[in-house]
Design a protein around this ligand. Structure first.
Ligand SMILES: [Zn+2]
Length: 350
């Protein structure tokens, strides 16, 4: 019986050393440790053996059983590790590979300027309004003190849709509309402050600084005691927020049909701090917008009483501000949709 046990172990050892697949291992497990194991008949026959033999055979049979089971487990372990290794190798991700870039769009520089200016004004109580680009002659011209045939209409070469409808030449059309709306309100005190923005159109030849379509921001505030001092304050406040807190402003008399008095507003050069540089053409000042007190005629034309209601107004060219702020020389860059150009504004304001 001892020899039989040794034979079994020897056979098992030979077989287990030869196996190559998991299936073969399963088979050996079945052959040597299952209910068909050759150890079973030997263990059964132990009962009839002498006590000495029983002890010796019993011990060896137990040792063989343990050895078989240990070796089988070890072999299964090795197979499992190999399987895992193969799986990992096949699913490996090379984190050092160059990834694919996700393209994000960027805000257009003109929108950045509009957002910045609208933030400045909405923070201090101005309403923000959009408006129609196709407008009645009435609101674009007549109610702004530019009656039909007025010579000042020539200042703005206009695209006419027909005799009564134009492509708006400025955002001031919204000022006329809002003043008219305000005049219909039943309150005695007429108070309103608003900013309108959007595209405007002029029959201009396009060049580096002119475009037939451009963007404006137009603002006004009307009330019982709105004064020229308020206008100066608001313009300086806006310039300091827009450029830097050290800039100053300078007002020069000018003419616009819808304001009286009218002023051109210069800001002290934010690049050279007034010393003179190429940006300010050595003058230390940069012209940035037009403004004034709303003309009494305009108040009356829109149904308001100029004796009780006064107002300030200003118009800003968005491209001009963007060109100054971002150092852009050609106005056409804004409309070409060149991704390389637009990408430069990716991190602005972050
Ligand atoms: Zn300068």
């Amino acid at each position: 019986m001892l020899n039989k046990l040794k034979d079994i172990l020897e056979k098992f050892n030979t077989k287990i050393n030869e196996i190559e697949t998991l299936e073969q291992l399963e088979q050996i497990k079945q052959d040597f440790s299952g209910k068909d194991s050759p150890l079973i008949p030997i263990l059964k026959s132990i009962k009839s053996a002498s006590p000495e033999e029983r002890q010796e055979v019993g011990k060896l049979a137990n040792d063989v059983k343990i050895e078989i089971s240990t070796k089988l487990n070890a072999k299964f372990d090795t197979f499992q590790k190999n399987i895992l290794k193969e799986k990992l190798a096949s699913e490996k991700i090379d984190v050092s590979l160059v990834g694919t870039d996700i393209k994000f769009g960027t805000k257009h520089p003109l929108n950045l300027v509009i957002e910045e200016i609208s933030d400045i004004f909405t923070e201090i109580g101005y309403e923000m309004v959009d408006g129609q680009e196709v407008e009645q002659d009435l609101f674009n011209f007549q109610n702004l003190n530019l009656p039909i045939g007025h010579p000042a209409r020539d200042m703005q070469d206009t695209f006419y849709i027909n005799d009564e409808i134009v492509m708006r030449t400025h955002c001031t059309n919204m000022t006329a509309r809002m003043l008219t709306e305000l005049s219909k309100q039943k309150t005695n005190e007429k108070n309103l402050a608003a900013i309108s923005y959007g595209n405007v159109y002029r029959r201009d030849d396009d060049d580096a600084t002119h475009s037939h379509q451009f963007m404006q921001i137009d603002g006004f505030a009307v009330g019982q005691k709105v004064s020229f001092a308020n206008l100066k304050w608001i313009l300086k406040y806006m310039c300091q927020r827009l450029f830097n807190e050290n800039v100053n402003i300078r007002l020069r008399p000018s003419f616009f049909p819808f304001t009286e008095p009218s002023v051109e507003v210069d800001v002290s050069c934010f690049k050279c701090e007034g010393k003179g540089c190429s940006l300010c053409k050595q003058s230390g000042w940069i012209e940035i917008l037009g403004a004034g007190m709303i003309n009494e005629q305009v108040m009356e034309l829109n149904g308001l009483d100029p004796k009780t209601t006064t107002g300030l107004a200003f118009g800003i060219g968005v491209e001009r501000i963007a060109m100054l702020k971002f150092g852009i020389n050609n106005i056409r860059s804004f409309y070409e949709n060149n991704v390389k150009f637009l990408d430069q504004f990716k991190f602005y304001g972050e």
